[in-house]
Design a protein around this ligand. Structure first.
Ligand code: SF4
Length: 167
């Protein structure tokens, strides 16, 4: 496809992102005080699947896709915890993932936040008591924010990230 064809296709398709819902309240909600000031405006997110069924991952992909487009609110997925401000944990924490999760959070520079995304990360969900499960995210690392749902909808994921960026 030539560049001219590509430009025509982009013009024809137009914007497909959902209209932006209202932003976080101004002044910020009381619990926003827990968000470090340095993360306001832009937050780099390292996602860790600690033992998910992959349902939450599909919704995370949708949240960062062209329809929900979390990047327009200043949240961006990054590949290394060294580049991250936020660790986004999905799934229960399995025995094998407890140490990698702990090390990932430790490798994320301060100030940082940890978000437990989905019922499994927040409370173990339907996997509570299973033989391979160490616990919920907060049993292994300090958690700042929980997003309920099995799985949470992309809009809920975007809303949680907007509470961090304040945009
Ligand atoms: S919360 Fe639901 S969708 Fe997410 S990992 Fe657990 S079972 Fe899967």
């Amino acid at each position: 496809m030539s560049l001219a064809d590509l430009a025509r296709l982009i013009r024809r398709t137009g914007r497909i992102a959902e209209p932006a819902p209202p932003g976080p309240p101004t002044p910020p909600a009381p619990d926003a005080a827990a968000v470090p000031r340095a993360l306001r405006g832009s937050a780099q997110v390292r996602h860790v699947d600690a033992g998910s069924c992959n349902g939450c991952e599909i919704e995370v992909a949708a949240a960062f896709g062209p329809v929900y487009d979390a990047e327009r609110y200043g949240a961006r997925l990054v590949a290394s915890p060294r580049h991250a401000d936020v660790v986004l944990v999905t799934g229960v924490v399995t025995h094998n993932m407890a140490e990698p999760l702990r090390l990932t959070v430790e490798a994320t520079p301060e100030p940082r936040m940890v978000i437990a995304l989905g019922d499994c990360a927040a409370t173990c969900g339907i996997f509570r008591g299973a033989y391979g499960v160490r616990g919920a995210a907060r049993d292994v690392v300090p958690v700042d924010l929980e997003v309920p749902g099995c799985p949470p909808e992309p809009a809920a994921i975007v809303e949680a990230l907007r509470r961090v960026t304040g945009r």
